[in-house]
Write a protein that binds this ligand. Structure first.
Ligand SMILES: *Cc1c(COP(=O)(O)O)cnc(C)c1O
Length: 340
């Protein structure tokens, strides 16, 4: 390992594993007979949907929060999604105050989801930028600690604990399919897995519209992308203008990147449901989507893909399972009933 920052190593991830035990779960790794038959090699699913918040982000948040002193006045972040849930849950578990800042445009269901975990929700302005500004103000004026969604060594190490669990249960794994957005998940898992098994292949998978890490890796610099509605909404968003860690780590540690379309994600969500009996977000189904679309023709098994989260609108899920069309912003994604 050459460019990895000094604050990240296998030891950091091992320390994270101890720090988050009791808050995050060690999740099951289960076979997918259907995807295994399709791929012609064993395919396993790492079920992060079993976490108390229904997503893996509890790992990074719990690790970052574990090092704060007991008299810390609290934590803040401005994520409306799984990171916000992770921060809320992990702060509550430590008895710390959590303030999650959001814009007035955030749907009520997301606001309630975070409030139900015990966090204070502060509604500020009409954009994510204004919410982020309020979060920074809480840091500067009230001494709250900001927990970043991915570009932070403790968050990356927390997500990396998945890599240790994977190789503990199956040292014979040859390929990891990892949903890729800001890259904290992929960087952490790849760091841990490659330290244990240098030859393991790590493939990052994103949706084909608005994939900031994919575009940035292609361009060799941090590229801003236009955010568009996607079934994989957890994979949207940029890398942050001051990205320090995840872009260089992903450049060094990810062997390949693959893009999947909305129609491919739609079908993969159906496949996980009808074949694996799993409810998951679009962002979790990109590994299966790439396999189903034949985009990983020479993959060597055993393969594991991370089922990263299950926090999606269940009306939308019901529509997809029934093969109905769904609205994504201005776009209508044509429905199609599932058949194997
Ligand atoms: C955050 C998230 C990801 C991507 O993680 P990054 O560290 O941003 O790459 C994937 N799936 C789900 C469900 C997420 O919430």
């Amino acid at each position: 390992m050459t460019t990895s920052p000094a604050e990240l190593s296998l030891e950091t991830v091992a320390a994270a594993r101890k720090a988050i035990a009791g808050t995050a779960l060690e999740t099951p790794l289960v076979p997918s007979p259907f995807l295994s038959a399709l791929a012609g090699t064993e395919v396993l699913l790492k079920l992060e949907i079993a976490q108390p918040i229904g997503a893996f982000k509890i790992r990074g948040a719990a690790n970052a929060i574990s090092i704060l002193p007991g008299d810390c006045p609290g934590v803040t972040c401005c994520s409306t999604g799984n990171h916000g849930r992770g921060v809320a849950y992990a702060a509550m578990a430590r008895g710390l105050r959590a303030v999650v800042c959001m814009s007035a445009l955030v749907p009520d269901a997301k606001v309630e989801g975070i409030r139900a975990l015990g966090a204070e929700v502060r509604i500020i302005g009409h954009s994510q930028d204004e919410a982020a500004e309020e979060s920074r103000r809480l840091v500067a004026e009230e001494g709250l600690a900001e927990i970043p969604p991915f570009d932070d060594p403790l968050v990356i190490a927390g997500q990396g604990t998945i890599g240790l669990e994977l190789l503990d249960s199956r040292p014979d794994l040859e390929t990891l399919l990892i949903p890729l957005s800001g890259g904290g998940l992929a960087a952490g898992i790849a760091l841990a897995a490659k330290a244990r098994k240098p030859g393991i292949r790590v493939i990052g998978i994103s949706m084909d519209r608005g994939a900031a890490m994919y575009e940035s890796l292609q361009a060799g610099r941090n590229v801003a992308v236009e955010e568009v509605p996607s079934l994989a909404d957890s994979l949207g968003g940029g890398l942050g203008i001051d990205n320090r860690l995840t872009l260089p780590l992903c450049r060094e540690l990810i062997d390949d990147t693959v893009l999947v379309s909305e129609a491919e994600i739609y079908r993969a969500m159906q496949c996980h449901y009808y074949e694996d009996r799993i409810v998951c977000e679009g962002g979790s189904a990109v590994g299966a989507a790439a396999l189903l679309a034949g985009k990983l023709p020479d993959v060597t098994g055993p393969v594991a893909t991370i089922i990263t989260g299950r926090n999606l609108d269940m009306n939308m899920h019901a529509d997809i399972m029934a093969g109905r069309s769904v609205r994504l912003g201005d776009l209508t994604l044509e429905g199609k009933p599932y058949h194997a």
